[in-house]
Design a protein around this ligand. Structure first.
Ligand code: KG4
Ligand code: ZN
Length: 335
C-alpha cells in the first residue's frame, strides 16, 4: 500500500509517500521559517498563503522522488487537526480533491498522534503499553499508549508547550526563530548549574507541566544581568540552565507517570525530541529499565512521512474519512 501524506498544520508544507506504514519512498518539505522570522513566530495568514503556493509542486516532487505517478497511489492521508485552521484547510482541500479525482480512500490524521507514530517508524515490534510523550511547539502532553490508536491522557501543560518556552526564551536571548535548536547550541557551551531556575508545579496535579513561571524567571534574570553587562558566557550559562531544568522536569514527571502503570516502553515525538541533550538524558535516566523510542532523524519536526505512515494503519483499521464531511479543527485532543 503506497500512501501519499500531506501536512500543512503550521509553517511547513510537507508531502511524502510511505509504503506499508514504514518504508519511506519520498519525504519532501518546504519550510517557511525564513518568511516568519521577522515576526518572531508563525504569522498564520502568511502560512496559509505560502501553503497555497507550495503544495501542488511539492506533491509532484514527492511523487517524482518516489518514482511514482498519481495512479500508483493507493490512498491519501492528511493532517486535519490540530493546528492553524487556515493552514490546515489548504492541505485538507487538496487531499480531498485529489482523493475524489483519483477515486482512492481519503484518511484524516490527527497531527499529534502522527508525532507519536513517528517514534514507532524505526521499529515494527514495539512492546506496549508504553508511555507516549509529545513535546512540540504546539503541544506538550503524556499519554498511555495501549495500542496504536488507543490512548489515555495522563497530563498536559497548563500554559506553554515545551517548544513554545524554548522559542520564547530564545527570543529573550535575541536568538532567531525557531529557538529550540539555538538554545541547544548555546547550552553546549554553557554551565547548566550557573543559574538556579525551577520549572513550575501545578496544584493538585503533580503530573501536569507548567513553564510560564520559569519563562518569567528567565526574563527577570536577563533584566538583572543587563543592569551591569550581559556577557556571551552568561547567555550560554542561562541557555544551559534553562534547558537542563526543563528536561529534568519532564524526566521527573515521566518517572511519576511510569509509577502509575506497567509500561514497557517510552515513545517520544515532536520537534523538541530532536534535541540531542534530551535524547542522551532520557537514555541515561530510563534506558536500562525501558525501551526508548525517538523518531528517526528528520521525523521529530513536522513532516508528512509520519502522516502517510499513520494513514496506512488507519486504512488497515478501516478508519477512512468522508471527504465531504471532515473539517479542519484548530484544537483536538488525542484522548
Ligand atoms: O513538532 P514541531 O515541528 O511543530 C509543532 O507541531 O509544533 O515542533 C516545533 C518546535 C519549536 O518550538 C522548536 O523550537 C522546537 O520544536 N525544537 C526544539 C529543537 N528543535 C526544534 N526544541 C529544543 N531543541 C531542539 N533541538
Ligand atoms: Zn507538529
Amino acid at each position: 500500500m503506497k500512501i501519499l501524506g500531506i501536512e500543512t498544520t503550521c509553517d511547513e508544507t510537507a508531502c511524502a509517500v510511505v509504503e506499508d506504514g514504514y518504508k519511506i519512498l519520498s519525504n519532501v518539505l518546504s519550510t517557511q521559517i525564513e518568511q516568519h522570522q521577522p515576526y518572531g513566530g508563525v504569522y498564520p495568514e502568511l502560512a496559509s498563503r505560502l501553503h497555497v503556493d507550495r503544495l501542488i509542486p511539492l506533491i509532484e516532487l514527492a511523487l517524482k522522488e518516489a518514482n511514482l505517478e498519481k495512479k500508483d497511489i493507493d490512498a491519501i492521508a492528511v493532517s486535519y487537526a490540530p493546528g492553524l485552521i487556515g493552514a490546515i484547510t489548504i492541505g485538507l482541500s487538496a487531499a480531498k480533491a485529489l482523493s475524489q479525482a483519483l477515486g482512492i480512500p481519503f484518511i484524516g490524521v490527527n497531527h499529534v498522534e502522527a508525532h507519536l507514530y513517528a517514534a514507532m517508524m524505526n521499529n515494527q515490534t514495539i512492546q506496549l503499553p508504553g508511555l507516549g510523550l509529545v513535546l512540540s511547539g504546539g503541544h506538550t502532553f503524556m499519554v498511555k499508549v495501549t495500542r496504536l490508536g488507543e490512548y489515555e491522557m495522563i497530563s498536559q501543560t497548563v500554559d506553554d508547550s515545551v517548544g513554545e518556552a524554548f522559542d520564547k526564551v530564545a527570543r529573550m536571548l535575541d536568538l532567531p526563530y525557531p529557538g529550540g535548536p539555538e538554545i541547544e547550541k548555546l547550552a553546549l557551551k554553557g554551565n547548566p548549574e550557573a543559574f538556579p531556575l525551577k520549572a513550575g508545579t501545578v496544584k493538585k496535579n503533580p503530573l501536569a507541566f507548567s513553564l510560564s513561571g520559569l519563562k518569567t524567571n528567565v526574563l527577570y534574570t536577563i533584566q538583572r544581568l543587563q543592569k551591569t553587562s550581559f556577557t556571551e558566557n552568561q547567555k550560554n550559562d542561562l541557555a544551559a540552565s534553562f534547558q537542563k531544568v526543563v528536561f529534568e522536569d519532564i524526566a521527573k514527571k515521566t518517572s511519576l507517570a511510569l509509577s502509575h502503570f506497567e509500561a514497557n516502553s517510552i515513545l517520544l515525538g515532536g520537534g523538541v525530541t530532536q534535541n540531542l541533550a534530551l535524547q542522551t538524558f532520557f537514555n541515561e535516566t530510563f534506558g536500562s529499565d525501558y525501551e526508548l523510542y525517538f523518531p528517526p532523524k528528520g521525523l521529530s519536526v513536522d513532516n508528512a512521512a509520519m502522516i502517510a505512515g499513520l494513514g496506512y494503519h488507519k486504512l488497515k483499521q478501516q478508519k477512512i474519512s468522508d471527504p465531504l464531511d471532515l473539517k479542519a479543527h484548530p484544537r483536538i485532543s488525542l484522548a
